[in-house]
Design a binder for this molecule. Sequence first.
Ligand SMILES: Nc1ncnc2c1ncn2[C@@H]1O[C@H](COP(=O)(O)OP(=O)(O)O)[C@@H](O)[C@H]1O
Ligand SMILES: [Mg+2]
Length: 399
Amino acid sequence: MRRVLEYQADQIEMVLTSHRVPGRVTGGVVTPRWVSYQIAPEIASKIAKIINLSEEFALRLGAQRVRVSRQGAVVQVDVPREDGQVVRLLNLTGRIKEVPKQTAVLGMDESGLPLLLRLPSPDVAHVLIAGTTGSGKTALARSMALSLAMYNRLGEVQMVFIDPKGNGFDPFVHFGEGGYVLPHLLRPTVSDVHQAIFLLGEMVEEMIRRDRENISEPRVVIFIDELADLMEQGGKAMDRLMTRLTQRGRSAGLHIIACTQKPLAASIGSLTRSNFPVRLVGSVASADDAKIAAGIPGTGAEKLLGRGDFLLVVKGNVTRFQAAYVSEREIGQIIGRMKMAGRVPVAWTPEPQRAALAATGTFGQPGAAPLPTDQAALNFKKKRRGLGLMLGHQLRLIK
Ligand SMILES: Nc1ncnc2c1ncn2[C@@H]1O[C@H](COP(=O)(O)OP(=O)(O)O)[C@@H](O)[C@H]1O
Ligand SMILES: [Mg+2]
């Protein structure tokens, strides 16, 4: 790795020299998918010129895309790693001492810290996961669902899955011998649009009931994959339900986490779109798509790499992160352990609150596997060239 870092740093400096904008690479950070180099320009007024060199950097480094951005008085050049690393959810959770209640694990931020999202916060409430096919939306939604299940009792979090394509959430339910079902699941997964409308209608009724009785627990998280498909097929009825739930759901403890590959489609009405305060944006086709997916311009989401390379956008702030990944097998193993601990869904009955009464203990943390060094953020300084490992029990909580 160090050889690559030094080589790339030299190449970057050579590009600068050949364009007569002298500057030195003073350091950088290695993240799972990118290496970020910091350039201190010798003449501050040349910063704008360096920012325009992204094509030259890419060409010289043989990289498909290079991002160049200004970070105060320095310029940051992000180069994709050829040996991109997977951030495994179960490694991350093993590093986190205590996960706050009703909080989903998203992945690892650029400084190597686990990134978490607390659903009940007013700034969170509902989450739109947008990106093209292969950006990693479904994988991220699964990690969020599993992490919520691992750290919350049924009295704290329950979930429903709506999945028009009908396979993204399959790993959470397994019938047949040795079968298991995610205990937090309120209903069997819904894939038909009419069933989806019925289910969302029930959720609206539940919202009204809770408003009347002034309760907000357990939090019910409605996961929706392929939201655009659903909105297209569901027409006005679907739009009305989505608007009501996203406008007023939070105070009643109802949250929507929806994936869409078509943020541009008129199918997701602007009203519904504007009711998602948190955007998790994966790779998109163009800067225009990026703007609609993120809700703000200039995030650079069109330069993301796919497969879990994401931005978190909340209140105009952008945080880059690599999404946590959990395999189908691992999901099965974790839910299998929940089953052995005696946790089975009491739900799948008409009364959502019945399940809440049957809440059992919190499922324990999985075995803490040590984090491989290449998954941690490594800091390096060009001049000193010492690779220091940054680890710790810190985390970054969006609340
Ligand atoms: N966080 C991730 N880390 C590693 N690989 C990932 C990650 N997310 C997705 N992938 C890979 O990319 C493929 C597509 O991911 P998926 O979640 O199905 O994308 P989408 O739902 O956006 O089309 C997956 O099969 C997986 O191999
Ligand atoms: Mg998908």
